[in-house]
Ligand binder design. Sequence first.
Ligand code: 13P
Length: 274
Amino acid sequence: MKKKLFLIWREEKKLCVREEDAMPRRPILAANWKMNLTSNQSKLLVDSILNNLGAPVNCEIILFPSFLHIPMIAEKIAGKNIGIGGQNLYFEEKGAYTGEIAAFQLVDSGCTHVLIGHSERRHYFHENYETVNKKVLRALSAGLKVMLCVGESLEERENNVTEMVVVDQIESAMQNISHKDMNDISIAYEPIWAIGTGRIATPDDAAHVHQIIRKALGRIFDKEIASKICILYGGSVKPDNIKEVMAEEDIDGVLVGGASLKTDSLLELMRFLN
Ligand code: 13P
């Protein structure tokens, strides 16, 4: 669906403002580096962000590097208004869970955020509705902000069950989440078939799913929460399509994989939103 009239895409400030309630949703650029980059490559990327952009003003930038690089990056970005998060965590508080990472350890390493329920985790590591919900609850109780990922597979899209799948993912992840908790949650809609494939959902299609998500949150919580929450799009976002994606009313930011690994494209995406 195209932009509604009450939305102003303010070119100068890049804020999505709904005139009816004047509630701005600050755009977010989240970079998911997945299982890529050496420590030195991560450092160079962060240096180039800091040298070229300094601290972001008009958008929120959140980096999701390898766990191993978090302390080094957290130190570099301290005081620069840039968020940093883990790409996952384990839902138990602590204990004998060899190889897992606890929420408190992310906080202790300097994390502000965590990604939960990425489709790669759901697919390769069999995360299900219950474990995703437990992870969300654990992250919030440790003081982390959660970016919850949802999205349908190609088969689900072709079978016209996108809405059902995405709403199920949202409803199950939101079990026992309070209205107050919602201040610390954003949603990333990532159609699985658009991740790393170069295929991008048309902005209309993506916007339609974003509206479904917002509507579901309105039903689960209330209208105010639905209108305040940031819903990001992810899946083959690049400098040459970000403008089109961000022009949609219900798309409040982007979660970027491949294009966030190279300095030029990362900076271009950041400059666009900032
Ligand atoms: P790509 O931008 O490489 O398609 O990855 C998207 C993604 O999975 C971000 O979490």
